[in-house]
Design a protein around this ligand. Structure first.
Ligand SMILES: Nc1nc2c(ncn2[C@@H]2O[C@H](COP(=O)(O)OP(=O)(O)OP(=O)(O)O)[C@@H](O)[C@H]2O)c(=O)[nH]1
Ligand SMILES: [Mg+2]
Length: 309
C-alpha cells in the first residue's frame, strides 16, 4: 500500500524544509524514487510538482548573486534579530538553533542576513539575523535599504542590545527602522547579560519604557528558554493539536489567534474545509473534555481538536 498522496505531500514538504541547492535536489530525487509510478491522478501531479521543484532550485542556485540578500521564508513565523554590531546576535541565533555561523569579537562579522530555524513548543519558527543596521540605514547607508527590505517581511522584531551598553545605540537602530516605516511587535533582548554590571537591566528598561526588556546570555540556559517563550508570544500565534482515531498528534499546528474549527479543518486539507460536521474539543476553549462544537467555534492555544466528518 503506498502512502496516501496527501500524507506524501506533507512528508515531502517537511523533508525539504531548510534544504537548498544540491541538498534540496538530492532530497527531491529521493522523494521521486519513493513515489508510486502512476501516470495519472494525484501521484502524477505530485511527480510533476517535484520535477518543477528541481528546476526551480536550479534557477535559484544559479541566481544567488554576491549581492543578493533575499531570505526564503520558512516555518510558521519569521522573527528578525536586529541591533548594533557585536552585541551577540549571531551567538544568540546559534544558541537557539543548530546552525554554525561566524561570530567574532569585532564589529560586522555578519555581512548579510542569516536565517535559522528553531523549534518552539513543537512549532518551527524562522529567526533572521539582520546585520549592520547603522545610523543612516534608511537613507541606504551601509546598504541599509536592502537590509531594511528583509526586515519588512518579518512578523516581529527582537532588538538586540548589549545589556551593559548605552541604550542610545538601540535608539539609533529603532529610529532607522521607524524611518523606513516598519512597525512590528517588538521586544528588547538585553544580550551578554552575564557581563553586565549590576543594575544594567533596570537602567535599560527605564530608558526604553515602551518595550519589554528580556535579559539573555548564551551561557545561561534558563535565559535562553525565557527568550524562546518571549519570541513565541511575539508571533501572536496559537498552538492546536489534532486528534485522529483517538490519537493526539505530538506536533502542534500554528494558527493565527481567532482561528475557528473551520480554519483547523482547512489547514488539514482544503477539501475537508467544506465537508465536515464539526469537532470535538478538549483544552482551554472547551467547557469540558470532548465538547461537541460547530465549525465557527473559536479555538485557543493548547486545544486538542478532533474534526468530525
Ligand atoms: N560573555 C558573553 N559573550 C557573548 C555572548 N554572546 C555573544 N558573546 C560574544 O560577543 C562577541 C560578538 O558576538 P557575535 O554573536 O558575533 O555578535 P553579532 O551581534 O552577531 O556581531 P556582528 O555580526 O559582527 O554585528 C563574540 O566574541 C561572542 O563570543 C554572551 O551571552 N555572553
Ligand atoms: Mg553576527
Amino acid at each position: 500500500m503506498p502512502m496516501p498522496h496527501r500524507t506524501f505531500a506533507q512528508v515531502a514538504k517537511r523533508r525539504l524544509i531548510g534544504k537548498e541547492g544540491r541538498d534540496r535536489i538530492r532530497e527531491v530525487r529521493a522523494l521521486l524514487a519513493e513515489l508510486p509510478d502512476y501516470r495519472n491522478g494525484p501521484y502524477a501531479d505530485l511527480r510533476k510538482s517535484l520535477l518543477a521543484e528541481i528546476e526551480d532550485t536550479r534557477v535559484r542556485s544559479s541566481a544567488v548573486h554576491r549581492d543578493s540578500i533575499a531570505v526564503r521564508r520558512e516555518g510558521a513565523a519569521q522573527i528578525a534579530l536586529v541591533g548594533p554590531p557585536n552585541v551577540g546576535k549571531s551567538s544568540l541565533l546559534q544558541a537557539l538553533s543548530d546552525i554554525q555561523i561566524k561570530t567574532g569579537d569585532y564589529a560586522f562579522t555578519t555581512l548579510r542576513p542569516v536565517p535559522a530555524l528553531t523549534r518552539i513548543g513543537g512549532v518551527l519558527v524562522q529567526l533572521v539575523e539582520i546585520p549592520g543596521l547603522v545610523e543612516g540605514a534608511a537613507d541606504d547607508r551601509g546598504g541599509g535599504r536592502a537590509l531594511l527590505g528583509v526586515l519588512r517581511s518579518a512578523d516581529a522584531i527582537v532588538y538586540c542590545g548589549r545589556a551593559g551598553a548605552d541604550p542610545g545605540e538601540l535608539g539609533i537602530v529603532r529610529a532607522e527602522v521607524a524611518a523606513a516605516g516598519i512597525d512590528r511587535p517588538s521586544v528588547i533582548a538585553a544580550t551578554r547579560s552575564d557581563e553586565a554590571p549590576p543594575g544594567a537591566i533596570g537602567r535599560l528598561s527605564a530608558a526604553i519604557p515602551d518595550l519589554d526588556v528580556v535579559p539573555v546570555s548564551i551561557l545561561d540556559e534558563a535565559s535562553l528558554g525565557a527568550i524562546r517563550e518571549t519570541i513565541w508570544r511575539l508571533t501572536g500565534l496559537i498552538r492546536v493539536r489534532l486528534r485522529t482515531n483517538g490519537v493526539t498528534a505530538e506536533e502542534p499546528i500554528a494558527l493565527p489567534p481567532g482561528s475557528t474549527v473551520a480554519d483547523v479543518a482547512n489547514w488539514v486539507h482544503h477539501d475537508l474545509g467544506g465537508a465536515f460536521s464539526g469537532a470535538r474539543v478538549r483544552g482551554p476553549s472547551a467547557r469540558f473534555d470532548d465538547q461537541r462544537v460547530g465549525r465557527d467555534h473559536v479555538v485557543a492555544d493548547g486545544d486538542v481538536v478532533e474534526i468530525l466528518r
